[in-house]
Design a protein. Structure first.
Length: 191
């Protein structure tokens, strides 16, 4: 289990001495997820926040008509999961699966509480993480409610530049809230 990417990520917000890094690394849980395999399903309780170390995960919901609505893509260096499920220990409203073979690290909710006691600076780290996630989700909601499809596509390209050419149009369409046919037509009229 290689925690170096996660430790680099944490190091952008707080400084850890070698003992703190060792303790943190000791409570991490590794999970390999094959393409199309679920990390978690709607209705299950989320164990803890998940950090992607390789591959690509996505979180999404399925509406009553069976349509998928992608909430987030999570390439390496990103966090993913249903925070409401984790914090309140209630069934998740999201599915998280792998779009390609992936690896991740997660921390159980109980270990996070213990971590706050042993290394209080982690409260600062997770507060910053939560604030950034809330700001990103608010921006996403405003985008969905107020921007036209072309603008939402441009925002997707800005947020996920490395995914533009590797994701199927169906996934991108689901993320920006249009049908794959509409996205294809929109992109073809752009040229």
């Amino acid at each position: 289990m290689d925690a170096s990417l996660l430790l680099q990520h944490i190091g952008r917000h707080i400084s850890l001495d070698p003992g703190e890094q060792a303790h943190f690394s000791s409570i991490l849980h590794y999970r390999a997820i094959k393409k199309r395999q679920f990390l978690s399903r709607e209705g299950e309780v989320t164990r803890g926040p998940v950090f992607v170390t390789s591959g690509l995960l996505r979180s999404y919901s399925i509406d009553n008509n069976g349509y998928e609505h992608v909430i987030q893509f999570a390439p390496p260096g990103w966090w993913v999961g249903d925070i409401g499920s984790m914090v309140h220990q209630r069934p998740s409203i999201l599915n998280v699966d792998a779009l390609e073979d992936s690896e991740s690290l997660y921390i159980s909710e109980a270990d996070i509480d213990d971590l706050y006691e042993r290394i209080p600076k982690f409260e600062r780290f997770f507060r910053i993480l939560s604030q950034n996630a809330l700001a990103a989700h608010q921006a996403r909601i405003v985008s969905i409610l107020s921007l036209q499809a072309k603008q939402r596509y441009a925002e997707f390209c800005r947020l996920y530049p490395s995914l533009i050419d590797c994701l199927p149009q169906k996934q991108i369409a689901s993320y920006i809230g249009v049908t794959p046919e509409f996205l294809s037509k929109m992109l073809n009229t752009k040229a």
